[in-house]
Ligand binder design. Structure first.
Ligand code: MG
Length: 311
């Protein structure tokens, strides 16, 4: 197996800076979406990915441990530097290991698998509204427009330890993985994403179409998408037939990003239970909910207080 990559990160139509980042370090790929005042978000996402990069290159620990190390680094920087106090970042990473992909995930960036024309969401959003939907407090439809849909229940860099979701996904030639930030999924729905992935064979052209589509839909947040096309080594030029033709490899010029590790619960992903594509959600900014153990109603109150304090 080899991977052909497309990657794009765009500031969008509204934001004054791009706090998203991505990492292309074949066989390791990641996206991160930073948050925090001043330059905090940008610092958090890039620092997290840089730590993951250095630990990976140094063969230090597992992917989850690398993400956990990034968490500590971002947290310590946040504590030490008032300019970036309170910063944090999402991080969704994919490590290709032969015929499987290992995922590590914190926050509301997402990993999808596109296979046989269908889109499967591989990650769970660590957001307040997702939890409220799970607990039956609001419907999925209400979550789409909920005023607090941007609030994260987990992020890197906001505490000394973080819980990292892990998953292993078996891959095969012609599979397509998409890593993306909420600036994409908040602007266009899964069906629109699926259609682009189905219609656009070249991975770089596909990510650029996704970004354009999100911008046309408003582009209210930074938009980042990384596509990993799984190729059969035996067919150097576009294995899998349908998408034939040699592809350029992209990503060499990708700006470095990082992502950050957390503690280590494992979420097994069974594609047969991956269910239908999730609905589009919007988020801007993003504040981190730190009281993860409480019920959603209580946490919402805490969040509201926190948001007031942050203003
Ligand atoms: Mg975002």
């Amino acid at each position: 197996m080899r991977i052909d990559v497309g990657a794009s990160s765009d500031i969008g139509q509204v934001r004054e800076g791009n706090e998203d980042a991505y990492l292309i370090l074949d066989p390791l790929f990641a996206v991160a979406d930073g948050m925090g005042g001043h330059r905090g978000g940008e610092v958090a996402s890039n620092l997290a990915l840089e730590i993951v990069r250095s630990r990976f290159e140094g063969r230090e620990g597992s992917l989850t441990e690398q993400v956990e190390a990034a968490n500590r680094e971002v947290f310590e920087r946040s504590q030490a530097d008032r300019e970036v106090s309170g910063m944090g970042t999402t991080l969704t990473a994919a490590l290709v290991e032969g015929e499987q992909v290992r995922l590590a995930h914190v926050g509301d960036s997402r990993a999808y698998l596109f296979r046989d024309g269908e889109l499967h969401l591989l990650t769970e959003d660590h957001t307040l509204v997702h939890r409220m939907v799970q607990e039956g407090e609001i419907t999925a439809e209400e979550a789409e427009t909920h005023p607090h849909r941007s609030i994260l229940t987990r992020a890197l860099g906001v505490d000394e330890a973080v819980q990292v979701d892990e998953a292993l996904v078996r891959i095969r030639p012609r599979d397509r993985l998409l890593l993306c930030t909420d600036g994409l999924t908040g602007m266009i729905g899964d069906e629109a994403i699926r259609a682009v992935l189905a219609e656009t064979a070249d991975p770089q052209q596909a990510v650029e179409r996704l970004v354009r589509s999100a911008n046309r839909s408003g582009g209210v947040d930074n938009i980042t998408a990384v596509i990993l096309d799984v190729r059969d080594d035996d067919h150097a030029d576009g294995p899998g037939g349908g998408e034939g033709g040699a592809r350029e490899r992209h990503g060499a010029t990708a700006r470095p990003t990082e992502r950050h590790p957390l503690a280590t619960p494992t979420i097994p992903v069974d594609l047969d239970e991956a269910g239908p594509p999730s609905r589009p959600k919007a988020r801007s900014g993003g504040r981190v909910l730190r009281t993860v153990g409480l019920g959603a109603g209580v946490t919402l109150a805490v969040v509201l207080v926190g948001m007031v304090l942050l203003r």
